[in-house]
Design a protein around this ligand. Structure first.
Ligand code: PLP
Length: 429
């Protein structure tokens, strides 16, 4: 595939944008490529500046559950833009989207809109600290909650070793209030949450992990997390920035039947525009300014274009059978890929749930960060390049999920399967 224009643009971009990109994974370094520059997208297809077409399994990292440029969403954004792009004052659309979120997500009685998932988790942690008067945030290894300082923490070596900064620029003073413990490990969860010496304000978790690749929760782990948090007066935060309106209309909490105290949302609720949200029990949410003392604000929060895109997207998701159809076709595709892998010589583990999936190049089941890290990233890079050359656009990292959208047709998924089979044969030669 000819990508001369993309290469030239990347060289130009590198001069004025750090690494040539506005979010690091887009630089494609872990798969040894340079990024494609995208000109437009439509349904399940992306078109780069060289005129190549790709079947898109990144879906803008999750928001595009309806596929790209859905006519209803585009029309809603157009109508909103024509009426003015930002007022810095309340609008009717904010109430509509808030009511839709409250109705959909079991834990949410009140919701505050922000501009990104990062803002949502950062604000939720502040609220939990303000509400409880405690300091410590507990998270899980391999879960990503955006790039606020408190969450950029690497696990320390022992259970009670406090986190170490995950990036230069994050002061140790901040991360000493964050603990990172293994995902799906009920023992360490039990020890941490019952430790009297820790002043735990909240536990934040991806109810299905999507940022070490797709890692499913042991339902007993989520249940224990809920029980222990309740017993200890710890605020349980579900980070549903990926899983919200993705696993089900009511998110992972609806799917697993476990209700957190606070929920963070993003991606799908903005229909492809910049949005985040955090919500939960009214008693906790009422601690936010101006009702309460916990400060949080935003010039563009509740932006009318983003609200319009979110409302139009959620309306489509309310169609009877939407999730059954999407999840069924994704499950069938994952199963077919497992059969293809089993017939070939390449050991892979395919973790999937709903319309999320990761193919780990590993011989062992992937259940946490340590097992995810055993995946063969060199093999993934080879597979990625094979697929890209055939017009299949996968995430440029082993530790991400593939998203299936409503716009992927049976033919599109069949193409993914055929090309996977071909790539595996090529790798085995
Ligand atoms: N939380 C989760 C689970 C995410 O996957 C992400 C981003 O991918 C975030 C938070 C941060 O969201 P944003 O990139 O919108 O800041």
């Amino acid at each position: 595939m000819e990508t001369r224009q993309s290469k030239a643009m990347f060289a130009e971009a590198e001069k004025v944008i750090p690494g040539g990109v506005n979010s690091p994974v887009r630089a494609c370094r872990s798969v040894g490529c340079t990024p494609l520059f995208i000109e437009r997208a439509d349904g399940a297809s992306l078109y780069d500046v060289d005129g190549n077409r790709y079947l898109d399994f990144v879906c803008s990292w999750g928001p595009m559950i309806l596929g790209h440029a859905h006519p209803e969403v585009v029309a809603a954004i157009g109508a909103a833009a024509a009426a003015g792009t930002s007022f810095g004052a309340p609008t009717p659309a904010e109430i509509t989207l808030a009511e839709m979120v409250v109705e959909a997500v079991p834990s949410v009685e009140k919701v505050r809109f922000v501009n990104s998932g990062t803002e949502a988790t950062m604000s939720a942690a502040r609220l939990a600290r303000g509400y409880t008067g405690r300091s410590m945030v507990v998270k899980f290894d391999g879960c990503y909650h955006g790039h606020a300082d408190s969450f950029l923490v690497k696990a320390g070596s022992g259970l009670l070793t406090l986190g170490i900064p995950g990036s230069p620029g994050v002061p140790e003073d901040i991360v000493k209030n964050t603990l990172s413990i293994p995902y799906n490990d009920i023992d360490s969860l039990e020890k941490t949450l019952t430790d009297e010496r820790l002043d735990i304000a909240c536990v934040i978790v991806e109810p299905v992990a999507g940022n070490m690749g797709c890692v499913l929760p042991d339902p007993a782990f989520l249940q224990r997390l809920r029980t222990l948090s309740t017993e200890r007066g710890i605020v349980l935060i579900f980070d549903e920035v990926i899983t919200g309106f993705r696993l089900a209309y009511g998110g992972a909490q609806h799917h697993f039947g476990i209700t957190p105290d606070l929920t963070c949302l993003g991606k799908i609720i903005g229909g492809g525009l910049p949005v985040g949200a955090y919500g939960g029990r009214a008693e906790i949410m009422d601690q936010i300014a101006p009702d309460g003392p916990v400060y949080q604000a935003g010039t563009l929060s509740g932006n009318p274009l983003a609200m319009a895109a979110g409302i139009a997207t959620l309306k489509q998701l309310q169609r009877p059978g939407f999730y059954e159809e999407l999840n069924d076709k994704a499950a069938t595709c994952a199963q077919r890929l497992r059969e293809i892998a089993a017939a070939g010589d390449i050991p892979v583990q395919i973790n999937s749930i709903g319309s999320l999936m990761t193919m780990f190049f590993s011989t062992d089941p992937v259940t946490d960060f340590a097992s995810a890290m055993k995946a063969d990233t060199t093999r993934y890079a080879e597979h990625y390049c094979n697929m890209l050359g055939q017009g299949i656009y996968l995430a440029p990292s082993q530790f991400e999920v593939a998203f299936i959208s409503a716009a992927h047709s049976a033919n599109d998924l069949e193409k993914l399967q055929k090309m996977t089979e071909w790539s595996f044969k090529k790798m085995a030669d």
